[in-house]
Write a protein of this length. Sequence first.
Length: 377
Amino acid sequence: MGRGAQMPLAPGKGGGLLLRWSEVPPSMTESFILSGYRCPGYTFAQCLVSAFRPTNETGNFWTHFLAVFVFAFHFLEQFWGEGPAVPQGPLDPFYYPLWSYFLGVCGLLVASSMAHLFNSMSLVIREICFYIDYGTISAYTVGSSLAYFYYIHPRGGGSPPPPLPGTGNNVSSLSAWPSWEGSGWLSVLAGQVGTWFEALYVPSACLIALFCTLACCSTRQQWPRYRYLIRTLVFLLPFGVVSIPVFRKLWWGGGGAAGGHGTGRFFLRHCFWLLASGIFNVSKIPERFSPGKFDIWGHSHQWFHCCTFMSILDELHMIRGEIRELGAGLPLLPRAPTFLSTFGVMLLLLTLLASIVGWFGLRAYASHQRSKARKGD
């Protein structure tokens, strides 16, 4: 049976049958994956059952669904293990950025696993599932930016930086970029750059998140040959911007950056896993070298999921280490986190992302209806 031939089963009737790449619509196929496809038109119940059957989406589902519980365990260790002495409890405003990060990560993992589980219900639902997936990845990057903004200090673990010229403020803050003795204009410039950074860092992360969602959603209809490369490169942009506080600490932080609670070590591991995930996502290794052999288990998208989760886990350990440094005596930011500056930012972002997903979803539905009308003619 060639591509575009009539489906062997009516929608919703193929809960027990897996198909080859030539028996499903081209939009459902993956490069070098030859079999294990579910029949389009699965019911909700059939999708749930398929999580326990060997399909080419089973591993994609479990690698991120189980990761939710592993991440939650390591996250909650912050509150039942050795924690900082500053906050009074897990609901203290000090922890608002950390909970925002938690919501971003869990949203990413849950949306990803659900997208892989339910994408066979229909072609339109498949598109919407992955639009939501891209949106939650973007929301995760903003959750990370909030945690970085409030917890990562350039002088973490050491003495507070010198006061800004004319302010008399000796409290560590994001605007307190390092100064150079004997070079007054450099000190002033550093302070001004830091002030602009403090004002624009989170808004920039939000704008980039919206751009990345638009770009990734567009690749489902355009540039099919380069879609994986484009999606991977697009998300390098938020990584570069969101990681600025870490780069700054590693550059100027002295001993506290590489030692102490291991910011440098965890960040390098975070970068390594991100690089590995990008390589798997673009190269399609190992199935590229043996098409059909890794259709169910061991194909590149499963390794991509594993690597992205490992990067998140190392990022969490890095953030927890920064929080412990704050609890060890480093002064808190003068601009303390509030509900609006953390959860409010996330809620506004999610509203905008939902609008983007809804718009692309309507376009996918309209395109599907036009395709059905043409076939009817």
